[in-house]
Design a protein around this ligand. Structure first.
Ligand code: SAH
Ligand code: TMP
Ligand code: ZN
Length: 413
């Protein structure tokens, strides 16, 4: 029986998505035969409330020198991280004397670039290609997985960190105790650790099952984060919901008793109790809803295909790997996936092997339907693709329910 990565209690599995490839493992035809697969299943821990994958592939299979996710591909996320940085500077750095800022999973520098010109800083980014893109902008970056050992070395070289940042990274790291211990060690006495990750409350409320894929080994809640970091002497002092990546939560932590927790923390924990995030039944009910969505999407696409309609996917997101392979979407159903990331173009989607093509191919010959895999960027995408709708094209989305949506009705999260 698998044990919780946080508290070693026996886990309760609640959904199995079947065999899955590496979500960002876009590949060439010659690589099809050797593609790696693992069992994607999700569990709940009744003791510490952490939702987590039963199995996660070895980290080197996901993060390496040809990692396909470049954070800066989204204009909306670039704006979000500019706001995030401004808030951190105004709240925690304005009075500090020559502060040190460290970011874990800094990728191509989308957030750290707002600090690099003014503050001592260091990005920790194991995927060498994206780290290199950050260095090209003058952002100091070390290409390593964060660990207690690296925390010690950073401490020796730069002194304690006044702010440690992370976005969409903490929930990727299976050995989360090593990260929490390293962060606690590196953090200055009055320092703050701030991270934001996809939020379990949104995943449950919206049935956004596509948030589960190899990289997301954990799906955090305030309750589970508080318990985990308390073991390392860190306390959650503030939380705030964020309208990105389908619904995220930002957590601010400090050394125990260094700062007074705001009322937001207790209020969100109370909300989590109301949502039932601490009860196993919530997850089994959620599974039924997800299975229903899977069947509805498959049936809708099959019907359109039978009617001779052309369907194209929009956004070769990591999340789409779960949707495509779980719902049985094949190259016969989906002509191709349009994506702006050069490293993905000309390759095939993981598992189902649907071609990924540049956005120009979408615009050159609009399909009848576009399946919006990048639903978290719905507003940005639908705004710039007005010509598609004018051509008579329609958007299909599957979160929170499977339906055709019009631009003025869309509710992005
Ligand atoms: N912060 C960016 C990137 C998120 S993708 C954003 O929000 O857009 C997650 C990043 O974490 C990847 O670039 C990956 O290489 C990095 N990563 C994975 N494991 C890590 C670890 N142990 N320590 C630091 N970074 C890690
Ligand atoms: P994300 O959901 O993990 O942020 O990934 C978004 C993916 O969608 C990424 O591969 C880039 C792609 N994309 C487009 O192709 N067009 C767009 O307008 C946007 C915003 C994203
Ligand atoms: Zn646990």
């Amino acid at each position: 029986m698998a044990k919780c990565r946080v508290c070693s209690t026996t886990l309760v599995p609640f959904i199995s998505f079947g065999r899955m490839p590496i979500a960002n493992g876009f590949l060439a035809e010659a690589e099809f035969a050797n593609e790696y697969f693992f069992d994607l299943a999700v569990c709940f821990c009744e003791r510490c409330y952490m939702v987590q994958l039963l199995e996660q592939p070895e980290r080197k299979r996901m993060f390496h020198d040809h990692y396909a996710f470049y954070s800066s591909t989204s204009a909306r996320m670039a704006g979000h991280f500019a706001d995030f940085a401004r808030e951190v500077i105004n709240t925690y750095l304005h009075a500090a004397d020559d502060p040190m800022v460290v970011e874990l999973g800094s990728n191509d520098g989308i957030m750290l670039k707002h600090f690099s010109a003014r503050f001592r800083h260091l990005g920790v980014e194991p995927s060498e290609n994206v780290a290199q893109a950050a260095r090209h902008q003058g952002i100091a970056t070390v290409s390593e997985f964060f660990s207690e050992g690296l925390a010690e070395r950073i401490l020796a070289e730069h002194g304690p960190a006044d702010v440690i940042l992370a976005a969409n990274t903490m929930c990727h790291i299976a050995d989360i105790h090593a990260v929490a211990a390293g962060a606690a060690r590196l953090l200055a006495a009055r320092g703050v650790l701030i991270f934001e990750e996809p939020y379990l409350g949104d995943v449950i409320a919206k049935a956004s099952y596509d948030q589960f894929y190899d990289e997301h080994v954990f799906m955090f809640s305030v309750g589970s984060v508080q318990r985990l970091f308390a073991e390392h002497g860190l306390t959650v002092i503030d939380v705030s919901g964020q309208d990105v990546h389908g619904g995220s939560m930002r957590y601010v932590l400090a050394h125990k008793r260094a700062r007074v927790p705001r009322a937001t923390v207790a209020a969100q924990i109370a909300r989590e109790r109301e949502l039932g995030l601490q009860r196993a039944e919530t997850y089994s009910r959620w599974r039924v809803c997800v299975e229903h969505n899977r069947d509805a999407l498959h049936d809708m696409l099959a019907t359109f295909k039978d009617q001779g309609r052309r369907i194209v996917g929009y956004g070769a997101t990591s999340k789409s790997t779960t949707v495509i392979n779980y719902c049985g979407i094949t190259p016969e159903i989906l002509e191709f996936i349009s994506d702006t990331t050069p490293i993905k173009q000309g390759k095939y989607s993981p598992g189902a092997h649907i071609p990924v093509r540049p956005n120009g191919d979408f615009a050159a010959n609009f399909p009848d339907y576009a399946l919006l895999f990048a639903w978290n960027h719905a507003t940005e995408i639908m705004e710039k693709e007005k010509a598609f709708e004018r051509s008579g094209g329609q958007w299909i989305r599957f979160v929170p329910t499977v339906e055709i949506v019009a631009r003025d009705l869309v509710q992005q999260s």
